[in-house]
Design a protein around this ligand. Sequence first.
Ligand SMILES: Nc1ncnc2c1ncn2[C@@H]1O[C@H](COP(=O)(O)OP(=O)(O)O)[C@@H](O)[C@H]1O
Ligand SMILES: [Mg+2]
Length: 352
Amino acid sequence: MSPSERIVTTGADEQERAAESALRPHGLTEFVGQKVVREQLSLVLDAARARGAPADHVLFSGPPGLGKTTLAMIVASEMGAPLRQSSGPAIQHAGDLAAVLSSLDEGEVLFLDEIHRMARPAEEMLYMAMEDFRVDVVVGKGPGATAIPLQLPRFTLVGATTRAGLLPAPLRDRFGFTGYLDFYTPEELVLVLRRSAQLLGVQLTAEGAAEIGGRSRGTPRIANRLLRRVRDWAQVRGSGIVDRRAARAALEVYEVDELGLDRLDRAVLEALCRRFGGGPVGLSTLAVVVGEEAETVETVAEPFLVREGLLGRTPRGRVALPQTWAHLGLTPPRDAPGGWQLPLDETGPGAP
Ligand SMILES: Nc1ncnc2c1ncn2[C@@H]1O[C@H](COP(=O)(O)OP(=O)(O)O)[C@@H](O)[C@H]1O
Ligand SMILES: [Mg+2]
């Protein structure tokens, strides 16, 4: 099952990206929820504007679909600065990064998505660029190679990562501010949905919004995607209005359950309970059984399951919790090792 086939996947393909950019908030005041991050960020930006200087480097961390890219764009637009975009996977050599850095203009915002996936040598070059606005460009090879120092204009780096824990400390420390994005409440998602419905010219009732908001896994990207699918249903089989009936019927078609769990989420929970008796089971084993990359299971499915109390991370692996069995309508085996009694590891992604 590829991510693009999942209605509740938090990744985005080409078509999705086009639909998304139409719904992206352009300023901090339009950005719904994340009150703490919003306030912290607005202080950082206001202060920079008052000094007439580029803003400090900023890192956004959190599960996919919560608004990291949106915030990166907002940083640029609030600073009235151009935005340059690249990503960790695109930077495989220090030279790739040097090329990007040396072409920046004064005050420009450089957005590096998935910054945890950048190559090591590039990472080291980035430390110096962030701190001293300087890079050493190596010219030539072997004993004749020379490092030519290159002064850079002052720029603002905005990094985004789903795995802040994977960033080396020297890199993390060079960001003046880190915004940790958390899942949105259903009420916040209702606000996101209302705004999107207006932009899309979709008629959305309060019950329809509540139904979709409650099943969007705390994620605006999913809320927007479900809204479009429910709109389709309403147009083809309903009255054209996105109300509760349309929402329920459409979400049933797309196999999104009352908690917003989709096929991958349920596959993970089913495997955990049925195949492994509730665990503990290692992430990679679990991923193989559900036919997904370990990283996808860990960054896409797990954060929400953990937060809903449907999956526990322990030092010995993933475990089912009492609610897991209840949600699947299963009875935990009486002689189960009681994996859920192990101490939970609250440190987030990175546990076995
Ligand atoms: N706080 C928010 N308010 C309104 N819409 C949002 C918000 N956060 C995200 N979105 C919507 O969700 C979509 C995904 O957000 P994005 O910034 O691409 O997430 P990420 O980069 O964290 O994966 C965007 O198209 C945007 O329209
Ligand atoms: Mg993004």
